[in-house]
Design a protein around this ligand. Sequence first.
Ligand code: SF4
Length: 318
Amino acid sequence: MFFLDRLDLDRRFRLLRREFEGRGVSEELRGWSFDSPPVEPPSRSVLFSVSELAGRYCESMRDIYLRRVLNVKPPPSVKMARGVVLHVVNREVLSIVKRLLFSGGVKCGSELVESLLPMTGSVVDRAISEAEGLLASLGEDVRAQLKGEASAFFRFLSVQAAARVDQVISKYPHSDVDSIVSIAVPPVVERKVDGSLVGLSRELSVDIYTPFNAIADLKTGEVREFHPYAATGYALAIEAEEGIPIDFGFVIYVKIEGPRFVPSFRLRYFVIGDELRREFLELRDEAYQVVSVGRDPGKPSKCPDYCPYYTVCKGERI
Ligand code: SF4
């Protein structure tokens, strides 16, 4: 991504590769082993989204029961809206940069940034409307807050993209636009994958898919223990669909705060090893049990107040 430092990534992946060589991944836990347990899903008629399984706020899986059996959606929150808005901005920047470079109207970084910055308002408005379409109308104060964060994110990414383009042109002065795009613009963002072979949705969207046999998940909230599960689910789906190994995952946490509103990033890297794979598959099978039995599994001993269903379960507003 425009905000990932290539050298830093290379260093991290060298370490991860070493770890991977020591541990490996069992063949039976690769996504392409979808026709035998433990990867084979208990049923292919119930397909789960990765976030549904990976967002393990609730230990007893009552969230799955509420969503799938009672059809109760978690009430929209600012956190959810922020997640959608920043994901849209991230996706939009990439496609606009590619469009501008391929159109031939932009030849270097300074021209790119001059073209991008005036688009801030329209991209941010699109991102806010997408979030409102998916969740619910936002109050004026929330909208203003998210607009500020999204504008800061867009401007930051625009400047980074422009710098990247100039670095590539400076290093390879005779490169054509295709090469510039392939080196300066990060690999695929929001890559679609059919996860149905492993019991996941038919149209999963992987945040970032890199040539390192790795996938990344962008998060806009706090760091949670269970976040590596999402990359694990996507890895199994890609392996099943494409038959290529996905060995590494990383979670990118983005935070945009005052006074400067320059986004800060925190990265978490890991090998998608046997343990994570087994745990994710167990979650999938357990979720299937909850749905097929259709009985309330009850509340866990402790409900975190950041659980998206907290107000629902607390007030039993069902
Ligand atoms: S509020 Fe508690 S019971 Fe309800 S879904 Fe969240 S963790 Fe589970």
